[in-house]
Structures are given as C-alpha cells and as structure tokens.
Design a protein around this ligand. Structure first.
Ligand SMILES: C[S@@+](CC[C@H](N)C(=O)[O-])C[C@H]1O[C@@H](n2cnc3c(N)ncnc32)[C@H](O)[C@@H]1O
Length: 301
C-alpha cells in the first residue's frame, strides 16, 4: 500500500519482475554507458581489505549509525542506489520503507536477489525503481530521508536539476544527504594517476574521466561552494557537512601500484578505526556529505 501512496503512476511505469520501469531510461552519455554495463558489484568490493569501498563504506555506515540513533524515517529514497550497499544497511538497521532508484537494471536486479535471499519481509519494504534521477515518478513530499551518495555528479551540467528533483520529493521536515566528488580531490587524483597535464585539463573542464567497467564515464567535480549554492537555490538549509576522507583513495592507489599490498591487507581494519577516529579533523576529502533540510534546524548528530 505504501508503494501506491508514493508512486505517481501516470507516467507509463509498470512492474516488470518486481522492478518499476518504463523499459527505457533517457539520460546523458553516462547513463547510456551505465545502461549497457552490469554496474559495479559494491557488495563484493566492500569486503576487499584495502579497496576504496572497504574504507568508504565503513565511513558511510558510521555516519548512518550515528544519524539513526536520533532520527527515524518512514520512507527513505536511496538515489543512485547501485546494487544497494546502503539500501541493505537501511533494511537491516532501520524500520523504514525504502525506494531504491537507479538507471542500471542489472544493479537493481543484484540488489533484489540479495535482499530477497536475506528475508521475505524485505520485499514489502523496498520499491525498486529504474529511472533517471532528474525525473523520478514519486509524489511531492513523499520521502523523509533522501540519500544520494556519489550519484548526482554523474548528472554533469544537470546537477542542479537533480537537487531540484530531490527537493521536490523531500518532505518539509525531512532530511537530504547528498555527497559528491570534491574538486580538489579530483585534481589530485588526476595528478597522481596521469600527471600535471591531466590535472590542468580537469581544472579546465571541471570533469574527471572515470575509466571502468562501464567504459569512460565523466564525473563532474564540484567545489563545496558550488554544492552549497545548488542547495541554497532550492531553499535547502545546510545543517552539517561531514567529510569522507581522501585517505581511502591513497590506500587504493598504493594497492593499485603493488605497494605495501600485504601490509594494507593486514592493517586495513586498524586503519579504518584510525580514519574514523580522525573524522572530526579530516581536512582532505574525497567527498563531503551535505546534510540539509527545507526547515532550519540543528545538526542531525
Ligand atoms: C558510484 S555509484 C554509487 C552507488 C551507491 N550510491 C553506493 O554508494 O553504493 C553511482 C550510481 O548512480 C547511478 N546513476 C548515475 N547516474 C544516474 C542517473 N542519471 N539516474 C539514475 N541513476 C544514476 C549509477 O547507475 C550507479 O549505480
């Protein structure tokens, strides 16, 4: 019943094997490439000590644990959920219903198989939706926690449109958490991996090429000021900014160069504890989680 309440059903969406879809997604060049590829298996990566996902996910779960100690949500929207490393966390650790949105059908199918295998009850709590995040078939004011981790920057010049769409869906008292690739981090990543010319090119284009399973994706690099402006333009008040440390990228860089590989494996868990302890002092961010709301109120934790 809750699914019918949040869905706007007049846009040609229908249920195909448990996933609401129009059978196509119209989007930019990133979306076109993501549609053709299987999408990253984040769940497997999270378990590889030394991988970026291993560290980033520990940080994300840490923030979510803190948030849900003093916050409850009836309906959560997981934007660009991928194969659901956060959707599954939300299922296991909160009582919320969850709308999981992604353009990649393969990722949504993996997510579906994973939670269905875990518990029959989970199917009732998840609405899987294949669509473009700039045009989500959900009602206004229908979700009280909107989570967008490392997905909006793929919208490139439509970033503001994405924030606009999430703001439309967010309830008046709800909480939006969006997290996108940091500008300075992108420049440093290009310098480390490709040299000074690539760094200067990234500064000119504001884009970071991301070679991967999907082909060459482009990530829009955003300064924290740009993100604050995009939120402000939608009358969203930023209550707190939480860093996702760039140190995870440095560790996976060493790994990719075959340096300290055994040590990284051995000390990954200890390093995670250290990074979590340092979070309040973190200055060099891979990305920043912006916690915002339509109503002015205190920090979420
Ligand atoms: C880097 S992954 C992050 C996945 C997930 N948020 C997580 O943290 O595990 C980005 C995800 O955003 C999705 N995505 C990118 N652009 C999108 C768009 N315009 N509409 C819907 N999904 C999109 C991709 O398919 C991919 O699953």
């Amino acid at each position: 019943m809750w699914k019918e309440d949040v869905l706007v059903d007049q846009k040609g969406y229908r249920l195909i094997d448990g996933i609401y879809s129009r059978g196509e997604v119209i989007g930019n060049s990133n979306v076109d490439k993501m549609l053709l590829a299987p999408g990253t298996d984040f769940h497997s990566r999270v378990r590889v000590p030394g991988s970026q996902s291993y560290f980033d996910c520990a940080v994300v779960y840490h923030y979510l644990e803190r948030l849900f100690k003093g916050f409850s949500a009836k309906t959560v929207l997981d934007v660009g959920c991928g194969d659901g490393r956060v959707t599954t966390w939300l299922l296991e650790n909160t009582a919320a219903n969850i709308v999981a949105v992604d353009c990649s059908l393969d990722s949504l199918r993996r997510l579906q198989r994973r939670y269905l295998a875990q518990s029959e009850g989970y199917e009732r709590r998840v609405l899987l939706l294949q669509c473009n995040v700039v045009d989500i078939p959900l009602r206004e004011n229908s979700c009280d926690f909107v989570w967008a981790f490392e997905s909006l920057y793929y919208l490139l010049e439509d970033y503001q449109r994405g924030i606009n769409e999430l703001s439309r869906i967010l309830t008046d008292q709800g909480l939006l958490a969006n997290c996108d690739r940091d500008y300075e981090y992108g420049l440093i990543y290009e310098l480390l991996n490709k040299g000074p010319e690539a760094l200067l090119a990234a500064d000119k284009t504001k884009l970071m090429p991301e070679p991967g399973e999907e082909g060459d994706l482009q990530a829009r690099l955003l300064t924290r000021r740009e993100i604050r402006q995009a939120l402000k333009a939608n009358e969203l008040y930023v209550m707190a900014e939480s860093p996702v440390p760039a140190i995870s990228v440095m560790v996976s860089y060493l790994n990719s160069r075959g340096l300290f590989v055994d040590e990284i494996q051995r000390y990954s868990a200890e390093m995670v504890s250290l990074f979590l302890k340092l979070l309040p002092e973190t200055a060099f961010c891979k990305s920043t989680i912006f916690w915002s709301s339509k109503s002015q109120r205190g920090a979420p934790f």
